[in-house]
Structure formats: structure tokens, C-alpha cells
Design a protein around this ligand. Structure first.
Ligand SMILES: *Cc1c(COP(=O)(O)O)cnc(C)c1O
Ligand code: SF4
Length: 376
């Protein structure tokens, strides 16, 4: 893979890995192997706060820390409020739970007919093919199960999942997620795609991934060449902040779009990271330039120890109001909450109906002007 010139920050991080060079940096396997997982290594790159040190010491049993060198180079070493840093370095706040929090807020385990599958909606399934990600997002809705342990699904569990989908002829859409399916080798990923696509009633497949953002080196021409054969294949890419849009990420997204793989985005609304209409608009505009269509903004799920990340729903709706009408319609995703306990995605659109009268609606537009819509 052609390597991009390294930034000053990337060179600074690379120097820490003695003997490694720019070819290593461009190699996704090197990036995965050398993820930053300890306080000692991180401390040599970032001036850690007390809360971060406590978070790193305490998080291991819950959700481990892992940061690819590429992503670590985006962290501000001096600014603890850096939006990249807040997403990947644990804080002491993670270690205490609030009463409303749950290990499995979306009730996925209750809707799982066979290991790895969540069948909540009638016509589609979520297939969690592994538990490993390049980077562990501190607010991860699947923090109960993701991690680097040797817990990748066995071929036998894959087979049970394929059998289930084959038996359930109502399933027309399979969303492959994890963990992050792009941490698998091309070969295993292709095996999964082949099997799923060979099921006659499966109309299309989606890949849910954060790797084009956290480890864009993984998007190689080999991977893209393989994925292209499984068209129609859609991708949902998890993006949270405009600072994540780097030349490497742009290149990965362009390769995806050039291969004819339509991509949507998923963004988690996070306090102090993107809970600001200006930041959110910049992110949406940045993604459109990469041909990634904003798809969902998620209200942050109440996982254990996530209170410091959550905004109120009213704050989320206020951000949506600052998008709709104020910018390109394609830049306006749907704001949803995953109904705690297993309700699925519930839209939280701002309310534009001022009043419903007997024969007319009083509506407001994005500038708060009122309009009447008559029904006879
Ligand atoms: C999000 C999700 C889907 C896909 O939902 P869409 O709205 O179709 O993108 C499917 N199954 C589960 C369990 C989900 O959480
Ligand atoms: S990439 Fe997705 S599954 Fe993995 S830690 Fe982040 S939010 Fe969780």
C-alpha cells in the first residue's frame, strides 16, 4: 500500500517504536500489534491526568484500553479535553455506575437466538462476528462483550448463525458487526460474506465498522477488491468528530466509494466531544465530502459508567434543530435512542407540530415561522 507522508505527530509516536519505519506504520497488522495498551507507554506520549491514570488502572476488568499508534497520534498530548483523547483514554468516571445504567442496555442478549445473532426486527438480523476492535471506545454500547480476549466466534458458531439465517426466510438484510468485523483477516471475512450471500433470501449485507476511522490502513486494495465481489454491500462507518477526518481516512473512504460500496455513518452523541451544533455540522459536512451519508446520531446508551458521556435528549434535539433546514438535507441524519431493554431504535426528531386542530395542523419551520396545513 502506498504510504502517505507522516505528520509531525505521527513521526513523534513512531519514534517510540524502536526500529519501526514508515512501511510498518502503513501496515495495519503492525498497527494492530502495536496498539497502546498500558499506562506506561501512553504516559510517554501524553501528559495523563490523575483521573485518566485511575481510569486506566481500573478499566481492565470492564473494557480494556487499546489505541492504535495511528489514532494515538491524533491525541493532543497536553489537552485532556481533546475529543480524540476522551474517546479512547478511560477516566475514573467509568468506574462508577449510576442507577439507570445497565450492562446490556439494548437488550441484545435477550434477543439472541444463537450465539452471535441478534434478531430484533422482523426482516433483518445483526450478526456479531467477533469481539475485537482496533480501538475500544470508552462509551461502547457493547462494552460487556468487546475485548481482545480469545473470544472470537468459532467456525461452529458461525455455522449455527448461517443455519439460523438460512432457516429464517424472512431475513432479507444481514448486518455484520462485532467487535469490528474488519479486524478479521480478509479470508475469514470473505468466508462469512460468501456463506451469508449464498442464502437466497438475503438481499444484501451491511458491514458495521469503525476501522476506516481508527485504523484506515486496514482499508487495503486487497480488502476492497474482495468486498467488491459481494455487491450489493453497504457499510456503516462510526464517525464522531471532525478531527477524525484525516488524509488517511479520506483515502480509505474514497476507496470504499470508488468500489461502489455505499457508506452511511453512525455517530454517538457524546458530552464534551460532539454535543455542539457547530462541531456536529462540521462532522456531517466532512463526511459528505468523503461520500459517507450521515445515517444515525445515537443518544449515548446507558452502559455502566457512561454518565459523563451522556447528554440529555433535549440537548440532542436542539442539535438536530440546528441541522435540519440550516444545511443540506443529506447532512441531516436521524437521531435515535436504542430503547433501553430491547426496544430497538426510536427516533427522537424535534417536534415541528405546534398544534393539531380539527382540520388543520399548525406547523413550524426551521426558523420557527408557523404554517398551516389543512386537511378536509
Ligand atoms: C441497529 C440494528 C439493526 C439495523 O437497524 P437499521 O435501522 O435497519 O439500520 C438491526 N438489528 C439490531 C439488533 C440493531 O441494533
Ligand atoms: S468500535 Fe464499536 S464495538 Fe468497538 S469499541 Fe468502538 S463502539 Fe464498541
Amino acid at each position: 500500500m502506498l504510504s502517505l507522508p507522516l505528520t509531525a505527530a505521527e513521526r513523534r509516536v513512531l519514534r517510540h517504536f524502536h526500529g519501526a519505519d514508515e512501511t510498518d506504520w502503513a501496515d495495519w497488522r503492525w498497527q494492530l500489534r502495536n496498539r497502546i495498551r498500558s499506562k506506561e507507554v501512553l504516559e510517554s506520549l501524553v501528559r495523563l491526568t490523575r483521573a485518566e491514570r485511575q481510569g486506566i488502572d481500573g478499566c481492565g476488568k470492564k473494557l480494556t484500553m487499546a489505541i492504535p499508534p495511528y489514532f494515538a497520534a491524533l491525541i493532543s498530548p497536553e489537552d485532556p479535553t481533546c475529543p480524540i483523547r476522551r474517546q479512547c483514554i478511560p477516566l475514573a468516571d467509568e468506574l462508577s455506575a449510576s442507577p439507570e445504567e445497565m450492562a446490556d442496555p439494548c437488550g441484545e442478549d435477550n434477543h439472541s437466538p444463537v450465539h452471535g445473532l441478534v434478531h430484533r426486527y422482523p426482516d433483518r438480523v445483526l450478526f456479531l462476528v467477533n469481539e475485537m476492535c482496533a480501538m475500544y471506545c470508552r462509551y461502547c454500547t457493547r462494552s460487556r462483550m468487546v475485548g481482545d480476549g480469545d473470544r472470537t466466534l468459532s467456525m461452529a458458531s458461525y455455522q449455527r448463525a448461517f443455519d439460523y439465517i438460512r432457516e429464517h426466510t424472512e431475513v432479507r438484510d444481514v448486518l455484520i458487526s462485532g467487535g469490528d468485523p474488519l479486524t478479521l483477516s480478509d479470508r475469514i471475512l470473505e468466508h462469512i460474506l460468501q456463506e451469508v450471500k449464498s442464502i437466497p433470501h438475503v438481499e444484501f449485507v451491511r458491514l458495521g465498522t469503525r476501522i476506516p476511522v481508527t485504523l484506515p490502513q486496514r482499508v487495503t486494495s486487497d480488502l476492497i477488491g474482495m468486498l467488491k465481489q459481494y455487491n450489493p454491500l453497504w457499510m456503516s462507518i462510526h464517525f464522531n468528530h471532525p478531527a477524525e477526518i484525516t488524509p488517511a481516512v479520506a483515502r480509505a473512504c474514497n476507496m470504499i466509494a470508488d468500489a461502489g460500496i455505499p457508506a452511511g455513518s453512525q455517530t454517538v452523541l457524546l458530552r464534551g466531544i460532539n454535543d455542539d451544533p457547530v462541531v456536529m455540522r462540521r462532522l456531517m459536512h466532512g463526511m459528505l465530502k468523503l461520500r459517507v451519508r450521515p445515517y444515525y446520531i445515537y443518544q449515548c446508551d446507558p452502559i455502566l459508567g457512561s454518565r459523563h458521556f451522556r447528554t440529555t435528549i433535549a440537548e440532542g434535539q436542539a442539535i438536530m434543530e440546528q441541522l435540519r433546514g440550516h444545511t443540506t438535507g443529506y447532512a441531516v441524519p436521524t437521531y435515535v435512542v436504542d430503547g433501553p431493554g430491547g426496544g430497538g431504535k426510536i427516533p427522537l426528531s424535534p417536534n415541528y407540530i405546534v398544534k393539531k386542530e380539527k382540520k388543520r395542523y399548525i406547523l413550524r419551520n426551521f426558523q420557527n415561522d408557523e404554517y398551516y396545513y389543512y386537511e378536509s
